[in-house]
Ligand binder design. Structure first.
Ligand code: ADP
Ligand code: MG
Length: 626
């Protein structure tokens, strides 16, 4: 066959244009794509040789060699895989065999109807060489055919390509990139090795480069004719779990996360089914400094068929599990998948759901372990990451029940580590709800006047002091069929926990106290929605509560701190008719001052701020001098 000049298929021209223009910001991926093709070619040879061992031609050791030449400004990637015949070179490098070109183009151009599945059916990796090269020469000889049947394919990546027959004793393919002006940075052993380390370290095939040596006379690095592997050539996660030691997992984790401590826990699984992938996920032992930043990308790297695709693939993990580190290696996703396409892919959705469940199982097995050190690990995890996990209660409705079981709280009976299950196990006879109070700090929550009646009756109350708690509870209404009830919202209804005598007493107090209540309402009409007698107080004269469904004072304060204008709902002032101060109201000459003081004190007691502190001081002083 004499040298022929052929035209690229029309679609190829368009793809070439798009790939070289839209992927330029990520140009180093050309090496990943070409190494991936070399690796595929070796896989194909291995497969065909299963029935035809002679294809190995006495050269069964497969590898990829990456060379560069500063003189000719070329990079050459050589494999001894299956190779291509002249016909195959024309077909595979000149046309796009797979259907769906138009759709693919639309997707790359940012059409609304992006579909990662289409890219999956599509091979364009080879053309990424043209991002950095203005000419690519491919020399190849297919395994099993004569050396004289080799082919040289060459193109400048515009409209056409040349093919001619050559003699090539070596089986396999060399891809020679003639670098564009300005791409000389790639003519460096160090640079190429670092790209290989970044993207292809876990390719299971050895990637070899020539050894370099300092030549003192020439004052430069010179390459020796000795090839050494530059990748690890075996991805940890592809190996059998039983062959991997805890130390190896720890080491891998440290490299992956730049963490100096070993992980708290890990999970390693091969998932088969609709979507095939391997997951190796770690929970760090301590929180990173930027854990709070919800915009921070996740810590899970995406691989496709052992080829590194991207760091921080946030689509693989829900935001509330952003502390998880690890890798996902998919068998189904296309190598050229972008972040945008990941967001939409159904395979990715399946991976995310599967991985979320794995992480939750990992946490559950720590939390529910029979062994104390494991449970202690969970307690440590909770201290560092609990606040972030709480976000999941509101964000991940599918796993809400599992997440609720993993929550831990402080309560009036324990400083930390109380689960809903612990709480339910300690509920009093006749107690129907799980009681909680939110507060700005543990100390403030613990001394809330609203807790008094609960303390008197020995009923446990959960003390919630994290910023996300209020928000979380707006998504979680019950646990195990028991409603979650704020002790600072609505009227206190202890239901069966209150005996008849108490109820009667309260009703009587309300009646005799009515005239005072009316006056209080009048005095406080600008500040309180209502004033009523309560049974929830024992030692305190008054407290503030909000109506069921209204925003608590605690949440309103949080929002204000965050610079958001909260829709102000007036609270209800509840008074303890048994309290000496309240009893003193009737017929008091300073009724108005006393009323304001009661309200201000109730506000202070729940951690609120007075609008006019000076007025409060003046009133108290007037009474003190009295
Ligand atoms: P994909 O790898 O997804 O098929 P590419 O554009 O990367 O798409 O490659 C196109 C085709 O060219 C491959 O499917 C393969 O048939 C052929 N090819 C590319 N590189 C090699 C190689 N090193 N050895 C053999 N065939 C190759
Ligand atoms: Mg490819």
């Amino acid at each position: 066959m004499d040298k022929q000049t052929l035209s690229f298929q029309a679609e190829v021209k368009q793809v070439l244009h798009l790939v070289t223009h839209s992927l330029y910001s990520n140009k180093e991926i050309f090496l990943r794509e070409l190494i991936s093709n070399a690796s595929d070619a070796c896989d194909k040879l291995r497969f065909e040789a299963l029935n035809k061992p002679e294809l190995f031609e006495d050269q069964p050791n497969l590898d990829v060699r990456v060379a560069f030449d500063p003189e000719t400004k070329t990079i050459t990637i050589t494999d001894n895989g299956i190779g291509m015949s002249a016909e195959e070179a024309v077909a595979h490098l000149g046309t796009i065999a797979k259907s769906g070109t138009r759709e693919f183009m639309a997707a790359l151009q940012g059409d609304q109807k992006k579909d990662a599945q289409l890219i999956g059916q599509f091979g364009v990796g080879f053309y990424s060489g043209f991002i950095v090269a203005d000419r690519i020469t491919v020399e190849s000889r297919r395994a099993g055919i004569a050396p004289e049947e080799g082919v040289r394919w060459s193109s400048e990546g515009s409209g056409e390509f040349d093919v001619e027959k050559i003699t090539r004793p070596a089986r396999g393919t060399s891809v020679i990139l003639h670098l564009r002006e300005g791409e000389e940075e790639f003519l460096s052993g160090w640079k190429l090795k670092s790209i290989i380390g970044k993207y292809s370290d876990h390719i299971s095939l050895p990637i070899l480069m020539q050894k370099e040596e300092w030549d003192a006379e020439a004052k430069k690095q010179v390459q020796r004719d000795e090839w050494t592997p530059v990748n690890k050539a075996a991805a940890l996660w592809t190996r059998n779990k039983s062959e991997i030691t805890r130390e190896q997992y720890d080491e891998f984790y440290k490299q992956l996360s730049y963490d100096s401590e070993p992980p708290l826990a890990y999970t390693h699984n091969r998932v088969e089914g609709r979507s095939e992938y391997t997951q190796l996920l770690f929970i760090p032992a301590k929180a990173p400094f930027d854990l709070w930043n919800r915009d921070k990308r996740g810590g899970v790297k995406l691989y496709v068929k052992r080829v590194f695709i991207m760091d921080d693939a946030e689509a693989l993990m829900p935001v509330y599990l952003r502390f998880v580190k690890g890798i996902i290696d998919s068998n189904d996703l296309p190598l050229n998948v972008s972040r945008e396409l990941l967001q939409e892919s159904r395979d990715v959705k399946a991976i995310r759901e599967g991985s979320t469940k794995r992480v939750l199982s990992m946490l559950e097995s720590l939390a529910d372990s029979d062994e104390a050190p494991e449970r202690e690990k969970y307690a440590k995890f909770w201290r560092d990451f609990g606040v972030v996990l709480k976000e999941g209660v509101g964000e991940d409705h599918a796993n809400q029940e599992r997440l609720a079981k993993l929550l831990r709280f402080a309560s009036t009976q324990a400083d930390e580590g109380v689960s809903f299950a612990d709480y339910v196990g300690r509920m009093k006879d006749g107690q129907e709800a799980i009681y909680y109070i939110t507060g700005d700090s543990l100390a403030a929550a613990r001394s809330s006047p609203q807790l008094e009646i609960f303390r008197k009756k020995g009923i446990e109350v959960l003390l919630l002091t994290d910023r996300v708690d209020e928000w979380m509870l707006s998504h979680l209404y019950e646990f195990d069929g028991k409603p979650l009830q704020s002790v600072a919202k609505g009227a206190v209804d202890l239901g069966k926990l209150q005996d008849e005598a108490e109820k009667k007493q309260a009703e009587e107090a309300a009646t005799t106290f009515k005239p005072v209540l009316e006056r209080l309402k009048e005095s406080l009409k600008d500040r309180a929605k209502d004033v009523r007698v309560t049974t929830r107080l024992v030692d305190s004269p008054a407290c503030l509560v909000v109506e069921e469904g209204d925003m608590s004072g605690h949440l309103a304060r949080l929002l204000k701190q965050a610079g958001q204008q909260a829709p102000a709902a007036k609270p209800i002032l509840e008074v303890n008719a048994e309290h000496a101060l309240v009893k003193r109201l009737e017929g008091n000459a300073h009724f108005d001052d006393l009323a304001q003081i009661l309200f201000d004190q109730a506000l202070l007691a729940e951690g609120g701020q007075l609008e006019d502190p000076a007025a409060y001081v003046r009133r108290v002083n007037t009474l003190l001098i009295g």
